[in-house]
Design a protein around this ligand. Structure first.
Ligand code: NZQ
Ligand code: ZN
Length: 379
């Protein structure tokens, strides 16, 4: 087990009827005007927007709205929102949505305080030094962004989907009300499960030894996700399943699941980001369902004992890779690049995009040729 420092400044407000508390929390923090950032309109259909607006009104909090953050969010929308945040002199950003909205909001929170190009954070040209406060209402449990400092955005001009991490963009308060996720389409629940399982596995299989407690936490998170996903596919309104699912996805990437590890491997994530950069219709979770088992297959000899332990603990059989793939099939996740609409000659393009980050990975350092072989396995 490695040395570590664990610090997570986000106050997590979890459970039923918590959305309507947003105004009260903002008022306590002396916030007078927010930029409300949202996606394509799901929050209007399911009543979340109305609850937020009422709560802001009741606490005399002014708002300016920016809509249209798309899945696999793009840099141009972030820049548009930064301009508005500056012009309107807002005190805080209020993100209401899934990972794409919250990730974009983190960039807006940091970008509003930075005179240069916000993309500089993503290419590592400069570190975030300050940000205006960020408050979030999560509507889709998957990414863990509600309780971490990561932001992932695509630069649509260069087809680069990159991330930055900063302590300054952890949400100050994050509201997770599982009930507002009753309206999620089944495929988004599936994508969320795959994403969170992948977050746990990026740590679990990073090659660190003697992480018994983290291993057990990780196995519990994955087991809970398997169990609750199956329940939710049968009954999307099962509150207890939604709540346990939501808590699992938050813990999968808020620092807890990787305690004592060497920071995780993250190659599968980097390769997946190439998929959704080249084709923005590929959801992050769907891409991971294809890439992660392929990566595991490529590195399996380095982690054979751990793979068997994973398989037995989670699925009751030793062949961990096959068990995972079979379960992905069962819940309707894609299992190869063809199902995602890619053709054989896309492998070269995907390799080019992903290799900009090479060498990558902790368990095994991947060079261009390795990435290409993983994509071939995934095909
Ligand atoms: O845009 P709206 O209309 O709101 O609809 C969204 C969107 O179409 C819909 N949705 C969200 N909540 C809903 C709902 N529909 C009905 N009812 C609800 N309650 O779901 C669709 C997908 O939303 P999106 O935010 O794109 O999904 P997700 O939360 O999976 O976020 C994915 C993004 O997060 C990044 C991914 O790369 C991807 O860009 N990630 C962020 C991470 C982080 N910040 O730590 C880590 C992850 O590894 C990941 O890379
Ligand atoms: Zn992910």
């Amino acid at each position: 087990m490695n040395n570590f420092v664990f610090y997570n400044p986000t106050k997590l407000v979890f459970g039923r009827n918590t959305v309507e508390k947003i105004g009260e929390y903002l008022k306590k923090d002396k916030i007078k005007k927010v930029l409300l950032l949202a996606g394509g309109g799901s929050i209007k259909k399911n009543g979340v927007y109305e609850k937020v607006v009422r709560s802001l009104f009741e606490h005399s909090i002014e708002k300016v709205e920016v809509w249209g953050v798309r899945p696999n969010p793009v840099l141009s929308k972030v820049k548009e929102a930064i301009e508005i945040a500056r012009k309107e002199k807002v005190d805080a950003i209020l993100a209401v949505g899934g990972g794409s909205v919250i990730d974009s909001a983190k960039a807006v929170a940091a970008g509003t305080k930075y005179e240069g190009n916000v993309w500089d954070f993503y290419i590592g040209k400069i570190k975030v030094k300050e940000a205006i406060p960020l408050y979030t209402i999560l509507t889709l449990s998957a990414t863990g962004t509600e309780m971490n400092g990561n932001s992932v955005v695509t630069n649509e001009d260069t087809l680069e989907k990159y991330s930055f991490s900063s302590i300054h963009v952890y949400p100050k308060i994050s509201i997770v009300d599982p009930e507002i996720q009753f309206t999620l389409p089944a495929n988004q629940t599936v994508n969320g499960a795959v994403d969170a399982i992948s977050h746990v596995m990026e740590y679990y299989f990073d090659g660190t030894s003697n992480t018994q407690l983290a291993d057990r936490i990780d196995e519990s998170i994955v087991k809970t996700l398997v169990e609750t996903t199956e329940k939710l596919l049968k009954d999307p309104h099962d509150y207890e399943a939604r709540a346990n699912f939501a808590l699992s996805t938050t813990l999968a990437l808020n620092g807890i699941s990787g305690l004592g590890h060497s920071g995780g491997d993250w190659s599968s994530h980097a390769i997946e980001h190439a998929l959704s950069a080249l084709n923005p219709d590929v959801a992050h979770g769907a891409g991971l369902a294809v890439v992660f088992p392929a990566w595991l297959t490529y590195v399996k000899d380095l982690i054979s004992d751990k793979l068997a332990k994973f398989g037995v603990e989670v699925f009751g059989i030793e062949d961990g890779i096959n068990a995972l793939k079979e379960w992905y099939k069962k819940i309707g996740a894609p299992v190869n690049l063809r199902e995602l609409g890619f053709e054989k000659n896309d492998i070269e393009k995907l390799t080019d995009i992903a290799s900009k980050m090479a060498p990558m990975g902790r368990l095994k350092k991947l060079e261009r040729e390795d990435i290409k072989k993983i994509l071939e396995i995934a095909f």
